[in-house]
Design a protein around this ligand. Structure first.
Ligand SMILES: *Cc1c(COP(=O)(O)O)cnc(C)c1O
Length: 499
């Protein structure tokens, strides 16, 4: 199976090539050049399989230049008991007669990024080997929270890799900061930047593309790579859990074979929901894909009107992992619904780059609307939803999942579509504990309390244990104390890679 660029000006590459490169040389994203189908018989078989076995089945269809043994090793390492705190990996909870919650946060950092960032670090060195790369891989990440912690956990002690994570010294939560500065692993470096997230991100981008730095680290035996969410190696692991959720519904007799199921996905960069779309294209019986945004509702507007316009105010919300105005993975959807029209896709992306907006034609919009429905939730609605769901079902949701729940309720009102629906839950309620505790206990109960106190309070009130990845972080030794000015990031990378 080969992968081609959505912008049409790069040579097709193997899966290993796509994973090694991350982004195509012409600036496009790699997409599979052939269609892949899963027949109903195979779905029935998956019902009897473990998550790991389901993952091997799906990954084999896309990563055809990896041997079954290699894929099996990667999957065992990624989703074993050492990493996930439940054997189901991605368990499905039933809320009521037609609503289920798919929990994607049982990995080491308690958010759905672990689903992909446990697997990609294992695929990447093998991919590099297949394309004849003999240097070690140096991963650089600029993070405002979730991605950095998940990437550190994913790459820690993976042979043939080093990872350097930069975070804005005052731009992450206390839990997230401690998750990073206490990170263990012989190949990990964490550096605080005395600046904001934009400066941190620009710093990393400048290093990636600086020929002098690239040459210097090349002499030291390294080559840069990215763990960015546009890498095919981050998208393909996400296709698995849509099949797994369906297989679980079949196995429990909640649906009949062939019955269509809707998915609701809290969305930022369009990566998670795009994986659901690919699963649907592969023959998974999926009805509607409900795209839930927060107040940064650029995708809601796009799906409703066909105009994508990033020239708008950016809001900081209580669902920060969805605070995004450029949803990069949308480019892959546009490529697919236009039947692979790279010229049109390139045109839209150039317009976005130049003017901050583009408008798709009516036929393209119709195709998108035949699968997707979208709405958004502001912060007050999000908080109110956490409280209401907790009272009604005794189920505690994080802020991102609550955005999804609120939008699902709007979908039900608007369409009356009562098909079985799976709400994709992207973070543990303990991860964004301040907003969650305030929602169920009231503002007064949380005022003046630190994040670690709130973890204990939430645990006591709900009877749920504090997840291992967040527990006792304030008691772990701090291992990373480096803090640098934005202008020093380049020098620091070269220094860290000489040791
Ligand atoms: C990254 C993230 C999202 C958004 O996922 P996309 O793939 O970017 O759409 C939603 N919720 C949480 C908790 C996340 O970490």
């Amino acid at each position: 199976m080969l992968y081609r660029s959505t912008r049409g000006n790069s040579e097709p590459v193997t899966a290993a090539g796509a994973i090694r490169l991350g982004i195509a040389p012409d600036g496009g994203l790699f997409v599979p050049a052939e269609e892949v189908f899963v027949n109903p018989g195979e779905l029935a078989l998956m019902a009897g399989m473990s998550y790991q076995q389901r993952a091997v089945r799906i990954l084999q269809m896309f990563l055809t230049d990896f041997t079954p043994g290699e894929i099996g090793d990667c999957v065992e390492g990624a989703y074993g008991a050492a990493k996930f705190d439940v054997p189901e990996v991605a368990p499905l909870e039933k809320l009521d007669g037609h609503l289920y919650v798919l929990e994607l946060w049982h990995g080491p950092t308690c958010a759905f990024k672990d689903m992909a960032l446990q697997l990609l670090p294992r695929l990447l060195p093998r991919a590099a080997g297949k394309v004849g790369e003999d240097r070690e891989i140096a991963i650089l990440v600029a993070t405002s929270g979730d991605t950095g912690t998940a990437a550190l956990e994913g790459f820690r002690d993976v042979p043939g890799t080093r990872i350097i994570v930069f975070f804005p010294a005052r731009g992450v939560s206390e839990v997230q900061r401690l998750q990073m500065v206490t990170q263990e692993g012989g190949n990990v470096h964490v550096v605080a930047v005395d600046g904001n997230f934009d400066q941190t991100q620009s710093g990393v981008k400048a290093i990636f593309t600086d020929p002098a730095v690239i040459e210097a680290i090349d002499r030291q035996g390294y080559r840069f790579s990215s763990a960015n969410s546009i890498n095919w190696g981050r998208l393909v692991p996400q296709v698995v859990y849509y099949f797994s959720a369906y297989a679980d519904l079949l196995a429990r007799g909640e649906i009949r074979p062939g019955e269509t199921v809707n998915f609701v996905v809290p969305t930022g960069n369009f990566g998670n929901i795009l994986a659901a779309y690919y699963a649907r294209r592969m023959g998974l019986p999926v009805g509607c894909l409900v795209c839930a945004s927060n107040r940064n509702n650029v995708l809601t507007d796009f799906i409703r009107t066909g105009t994508y316009d990033r020239t708008r105010e950016f809001y900081r919300t209580i669902s920060p992992s969805m605070d995004i105005l450029i949803s990069s993975n949308l480019e892959r959807l546009l490529y697919d619904v236009t039947g692979g029209d790279a010229v049109r896709v390139r045109g839209w992306m150039e317009e976005l780059q130049a003017n901050g907006h583009y408008r798709v034609d009516g036929e393209t919009l119709e195709k998108i609307q035949s699968v997707f429905w979208s709405d958004f939730a502001g912060d007050p609605a999000t908080v109110e939803t956490i409280r209401r769901v907790y009272r009604k079902y005794g189920y505690l949701m994080d802020t991102h999942t609550a955005v999804g729940m609120y939008v699902y309720e709007r979908y039900l009102e608007a369409t009356g579509d009562t098909r079985k629906t799976v709400l994709v839950s992207t973070a543990s309620p303990f991860k964004f504990n301040q907003s969650v505790a305030a929602a169920i206990l009231g503002e007064e109960a949380v005022r003046g309390k630190g994040e670690f106190e709130l973890l204990e309070i939430l645990s006591r009130v709900t009877g749920m244990p504090v997840p291992g990845g967040l527990k006792d972080l304030d008691k772990k030794p701090v291992r990373h104390t480096l803090i640098v000015a934005p202008g020093e990031m380049k020098r620091v990378v070269q220094e860290l890679l000489t040791r």
